[in-house]
Design a protein around this ligand. Structure first.
Ligand code: DP6
Length: 360
C-alpha cells in the first residue's frame, strides 16, 4: 500500500455528533527505532512487544461546525483537566493527517485522555496516546464510510498514529508488532505496523515486563531530538544495518524460544541505542547511575542463578525487565531484594505482553 491508499475517495455522509472511546496499549521495542526520514518514516525497521496494563484511554466527542476549515478545532483534557501544553503536538498531528481525513475540518472535537500508568512515571505516553486518538478518529471515519474494512481500519489507525509519534504505529495490534520495510518480512511497510508474521514460541506470548522507575522526571533530550541527531551521525549506517540484522536474527530465536539468544540480542539493542546517544553531536546520556546498577545486578543474578531475565531500555533511564511468565515468582523476589533500592520512591510497574487496542 502507498500513502495514496489512505486518502478517502468519494464524499460520505457526515454525522452531526457522537462519542467514541478507545484504549490503546504502550509497547516496548526489542529492535529499536532510532532515526527517521521526513514524513515520520523510520530509517530502520523495528519490532516490539505490545504491553497489557500500560495503556491510554481516550474519548472523543465530535460535533459538526457551521463553517468547516482544513483542520478540526479541539480541546484536550488529561485526567479531566484541560491540558493546553498538549495542544501544539495535537495541532501538528491534525495538520499532518488532514489530507488523509479531510472530513475532520468539519468538526469540533473534545478529546479526553487518561493513562493507566501515573503520568509522572517517566513512561512515554505518546505511543499509546497517539494510537488511542487515531483509533477514535478511525471510528469517526467508519461512521462516514460504513464499508471500511477491518483490515484497512487497523492499518490506517497505525498509519495515522505513526504521523503523531513513530512508535505509536506499533500500539494498535497485540503480541509482537513489526514496523518498517524489511525485504525478508512479507507485508512490512515504513507506513504502518503489522502483526509479526512469523511463528512465535508460546513462551513469548506471555512474556513479562516489569518497568523499574529509576527516574520519573522529564528527560533532558526528547526522542524527536534524538532521532534528528542520527542524521549525519558517524555510526548511523552501521547502526541501521545492525538493526536489520537483529530483526532477521530474531526470527529463529522467537520461533524456537531460544532464550539465551533472545537475551543477548535484546540487551545489545538497548545498549546500541544508548551508544548512539552517547556518540551523537551533541552527545548526551539518558541512563542514570541506578540504570547501570540495575544492569550490573541483572548480569550478576543471571550468572549466579541462570534465570533467563534480561533488560531493555527506551529513550530514558527506566529499565524494562523482561522474563518468561514461569519465572515470575523468583524474579519478583529478586526485584524486591536487589533492585527496588535503585527505583525512585521504590516504584515499578508490572506489565506483560498484551492483546492490543480495545474499543470501549
Ligand atoms: C527509543 O516514537 O517516541 O522508544 O517518532 O519522534 O515521536 P517520535 O519518537 P518515538 O521514539 C521512540 C524511540 C524508542 C525506540 C522504539 O520505541 O522503537
Amino acid at each position: 500500500m502507498t500513502e495514496k491508499d489512505f486518502i478517502p475517495g468519494k464524499a460520505g455522509t457526515l454525522p452531526e455528533k457522537g462519542t467514541i472511546s478507545w484504549q490503546a496499549p504502550s509497547n516496548i521495542a526489542l529492535v529499536k527505532y532510532w532515526g527517521k526520514r521526513p514524513g515520520q518514516l523510520p530509517t530502520n525497521p523495528s519490532v516490539s512487544f505490545t504491553l497489557d496494563t500500560s495503556a491510554t484511554r481516550t474519548t472523543v466527542k465530535y460535533r459538526r461546525v457551521a463553517t468547516p476549515s482544513g483542520v478540526p478545532t479541539f480541546q484536550i483534557f488529561l485526567d479531566g483537566v484541560e491540558a493546553p501544553h498538549f495542544a501544539d503536538k495535537i495541532s501538528t498531528f491534525f495538520e499532518r493527517i488532514s489530507i488523509y481525513q479531510p472530513f475532520l475540518g468539519a468538526y469540533k472535537l473534545e478529546i479526553r485522555t487518561e493513562n493507566t500508568f501515573p503520568h509522572s512515571s517517566g513512561i512515554a505516553s505518546s505511543a499509546s496516546g497517539m494510537a488511542a486518538l487515531s483509533l477514535c478518529l478511525m471510528d469517526l471515519e467508519r461512521a462516514i464510510y460504513p464499508d471500511l474494512k477491518e483490515e484497512l481500519f487497523k492499518k490506517k489507525a497505525s498509519f495515522l498514529a505513526r504521523l503523531g509519534s513513530g512508535s505509536a504505529a506499533r500500539s494498535i495490534e497485540g503480541g509482537l508488532v513489526e514496523w518498517g520495510r524489511q525485504e525478508s518480512i512479507p507485508g512490512s511497510s515504513d507506513l504502518y505496523g503489522i502483526p509479526y508474521p512469523f511463528e512465535v514460541h508460546s513462551i513469548f506470548r506471555s512474556f513479562q515486563d516489569t518497568i523499574l522507575l529509576v527516574d520519573k522526571g522529564e528527560k533532558q533530550v526528547s526522542s524527536t531530538v534524538g532521532h534528528g541527531l542520527m542524521q549525519g551521525h558517524p555510526f548511523a549506517d552501521s547502526r541501521f544495518d545492525q538493526a536489520r540484522q537483529h530483526l532477521d536474527g530474531l526470527r529463529p530465536v522467537l520461533q524456537e524460544g531460544d532464550l539465551p539468544a533472545f537475551i543477548s540480542l535484546v540487551e545489545s539493542e538497548a545498549l546500541s541505542l544508548h551508544a548512539m546517544m552517547m556518540s551523537s553531536n551533541p552527545y548526551f546520556i539518558l541512563m542514570k547511575p541506578g540504570t547501570l546498577e540495575i544492569i550490573n545486578s541483572i548480569w550478576a543474578y543471571r550468572r549466579e542463578t541462570g534465570t533467563p531475565v534480561c533488560f531493555t531500555l527506551d529513550a530514558g533511564a527506566n529499565v524494562h525487565l523482561l522474563y518468561p511468565e514461569e519465572n515470575k515468582e523468583v524474579v519478583s523476589a529478586f526485584i524486591q531484594e536487589e533492585l527496588l533500592s535503585y527505583c525512585q520512591d521504590g516504584q515499578y510497574l508490572k506489565d506483560q505482553v498484551g492483546s492490543g487496542a480495545l474499543r470501549l
